[in-house]
Design a protein. Sequence first.
Length: 150
Amino acid sequence: MSDQFTYSSILPLSRRDELAELMFFNVQQHKFRDDIMNAIELYGEPQIVESDRTLRFSVGELGDVQTVFALDGDPESGRLVGVMLFARTRPEKLVLLHIGIDPDFSGDGTASRELLVMRLISQLRRIGRSIKGVSELEILYGARRTVIRL
């Protein structure tokens, strides 16, 4: 399966409303309310921050966190369809803090077959493997915390 998505850690300021809609006003958010509240309890509330003409996130006491944006198509004009926030909370661990998926690309969306959540987690696994000392990835969403050995 070829990957139609473009992944980036940079998103221009002009896309702030689109990002806020995806992260904070997502119509699917109610399905993951408990998971979202748990992540906020553990690490703090995510906030969009503007820096050097780009958008990034800050999360509670962690401060700046890493972000991967998924765009359907070209990085300049492609539709923002996913975002994930993660942090290195211990030398050996990356934690997936929050993930936002366009409803069309969610599990019951019209483009669910694209498996965007799994693609984003695969991107995070690649990132984790490339960082010296990181040996596990923790995912806070779901019935329980999931730890993946890298």
